[in-house]
Design a protein around this ligand. Structure first.
Ligand code: 8NA
Ligand code: MG
Ligand code: MG
Ligand code: MG
Length: 343
């Protein structure tokens, strides 16, 4: 049975809200519960409706991927490179990563024959391992039901800006997490086992191994984190400090994609320190924000997964109405669902 349209809209709306709300707290090292809960209450009451919550680079780039797929009816990497660049110059103040803007400048210069070349020049030829490829990838698993397609297009879309395997493998992992969240009746154990199986294969490739080595990491860095998540889920007393230390809350893909996945899984159950009336999806966003650090990006990724799993019914009306361009998320969720079912 094909996944319900509510999951597609829920995933895009979740991603949008995670970014918009998370952005209010981005970079804070110590987010207090009082501040966060007050803020969430103001959303509930509709106090933000007049001052719409704006989205950041995460959503701006996610929108380009979705629009590119919907308008071309297929994944087209040259079109996507154009859209990323055009969108950046249309609205450069969305809080883009410090280095990624050089990729847009080079793409716009017309001096490069291949769209992947500028990304390869980042960081003295090492490529970016930031979380920018993962933060925007949600449209791909919502458009393509086949796992080989999800992996290929997540990687290709990522490589436009992130040439380090640590960067694009993070996008693959995030895309697979959304893919599996769309499937019904999945347990946290099978969810993680499927992700681990795929990431073992992904991280076996030569470049993944040599990049890990060059960065002085153990091989299979994403698999290692997924195994850590498995352990954490069996423990009752995992603290925020433990999560930040072992999984991370930073702008690197390896320090944020596993954290988003863990946050989604942890919030399938009540979290004692969070208000009990929150839906799982609201809880997931709150949980990510309390970790501090790259709150908009971790919350957008976790809520994309949570929205795909729980559906749009978990998003309160006033939260949705507070977010910039929420109607696009609803409309595009529906269109992606049609595309997904057609393939
Ligand atoms: P990116 O490619 O510029 O990477 C982001 C950062 O990661 C870089 O500026 C570096 O500090 C670091 N980095 C990545 N690769 C390397 C490397 N090989 N060697 C050393 N350092 C490296 O951009 P991106 O698209 O990956 O960034 C996404 C993040 O930027 C998201 O969190 C997004 O929300 C945004 N962001 C914005 C703000 C802000 O002030 N508004 C703050 C943090 C992040
Ligand atoms: Mg951002
Ligand atoms: Mg074309
Ligand atoms: Mg961010």
């Amino acid at each position: 049975m094909a996944a319900a349209v509510s999951r597609f809209r829920g995933s895009l709306l979740g991603a949008l809200l995670g970014d918009c709300i998370g952005a209010v707290f981005e970079g804070h090292t110590n987010v207090t519960k009082e501040f966060l809960f007050d803020y969430m209450k103001s959303l509930d009451k509709g106090e933000r409706l007049k001052r719409v919550l704006t989205y950041t680079d995460d959503t701006a780039m996610a929108r380009s991927i979705v629009q590119s797929i919907l308008e071309n009816d297929e994944f087209d990497v040259d079109d996507l490179a154009d859209r990323f660049t055009t969108e950046y110059y249309r609205d450069p103040d969305r809080g883009y990563g410090m280095a990624v803007v050089h990729v847009f400048e080079k793409l716009a210069s017309g001096e490069y024959k291949y769209v992947f070349s500028p990304a390869k020049e980042q960081f003295d030829g090492k490529g970016s391992y930031g979380n920018g490829a993962a933060m925007r990838v949600v449209g791909i698993p919502l458009a393509y039901p086949s796992i080989p397609d999800v992996i290929e297009y997540a990687k290709t879309s990522g490589m436009l800006t992130h040439a380090s395997s640590l960067g694009y493998n993070g996008a693959i992992l995030q895309a697979l997490a959304v893919h599996y969240a769309l499937q019904e009746e999945l347990t946290p154990e099978t969810f993680l086992d499927q992700l681990l199986d795929h990431m073992k294969e992904v991280e076996t490739d030569k470049k993944s191994r040599s990049d890990a080595l060059e960065l002085e990491m153990d091989e299979f860095p994403y698999c290692k984190k997924l195994k850590k998540i498995k352990v954490f889920l069996t423990q009752e007393d995992v603290t925020r400090k433990d999560i930040i230390k072992e999984l991370g809350n930073g702008i690197e893909a390896l320090e944020s994609v596993p954290t988003a996945i863990y946050s989604f899984l942890r919030c399938l159950k009540p979290v004692p320190e969070l208000p009990s009336e929150l839906t799982n999806l609201q809880r997931t966003i709150a949980f990510c924000i309390l970790l501090g650090g790259d709150t908009d990006t971790i919350a957008t990724m976790a809520a994309a997964i949570a929205g795909a799993y729980h559906g749009e019914e978990q998003i309160p009306l006033n939260w949705k109405l507070s977010a910039e361009d929420y109607k696009d998320a609803e409309d595009w969720g529906e269109k992606l669902h049609q595309l997904y079912c057609k393939r």
